[in-house]
Design a protein around this ligand. Sequence first.
Ligand SMILES: Cc1ncc(C[n+]2csc(CCOP(=O)(O)OP(=O)(O)O)c2C)c(N)n1
Ligand SMILES: [Mg+2]
Length: 278
Amino acid sequence: MTTAQRNDSDPTELIRQKALWMRRTALKMVYKKNLGHIGGDFSATDVLSTLYFGVLNYDPDRPEWDARDRFVMSKGHATGVLYSALCAAGYFPQDWLETYMGPRSMLNGHPNRNYLPGVETNTGPLGHGFPVALGIAIAGQITGASYRTYVLTGDGEQQEGSNWEAAMVAGNRKLANLTLIVDRNRLQQGAGTEETNGLDPLDDKYRAFGWEVVEVDGHDHAALLDVLGAPVGARDKPLCVIANTVKGKGVSFMEGLAKWHHGVPNAEEYEQAMKELV
Ligand SMILES: Cc1ncc(C[n+]2csc(CCOP(=O)(O)OP(=O)(O)O)c2C)c(N)n1
Ligand SMILES: [Mg+2]
């Protein structure tokens, strides 16, 4: 990020302000388009805000800058929060957000790197982003590059088999430059993860695959900053951060309910939600 935006005396203040803006912006986009995935946008907002405004090295004027840290949004359905973050980070102007999922928009329902600066790779099919991030991290390991690779996956997404192939390779290769963040909101589309195809004990699974594992409150900016900003040199394994989150976080009547996976608020609900997001 650009150092001009950072407040070194309290780095969480900027993260908090951006997270609020991102939630309001994602809600506006979803409401206006009458489409989207607001529940998973809100569970991931604090992780993305911490990454973009406290952790990642990037330059929005040079999206392909070689030394940039890579962020892969494997849960590609959550474009409300991804596009809000990229816009807040300076990759494109705010009026582009108005075109969300419109005809010929660059802001598709799922992110497309050929259209939108800042999108590291196309995602949307669950289980796709993590294996791509693995390849990016391996490339960095082979070439001795300094960039770090971060990937955010949904917890329901972890049920896809491709993740476990990627996890195995990362552990075997001791890819310390790779951080996987699991948005552990315990809900997938329409139901809970544990009643659908349980993941627990997720931490033990990753440890068995050769990863270091840390659990964190996925809405606590200071805790996220500590874990995600920790120097790579301090470990010799890939890092799995299980971010315990709440689907729909920030709006009381959305929190923890599967219906808001891709529910859209009506006018009254929209007003109410905006009143809460201050
Ligand atoms: C391979 C594949 N199957 C199904 C879908 C449709 N789909 C989109 S999101 C989703 C649920 C994802 O749940 P989770 O990973 O927990 O996401 P979050 O709770 O963070 O929104 C499903 C089934 C998809 N995008 N890709
Ligand atoms: Mg989930």
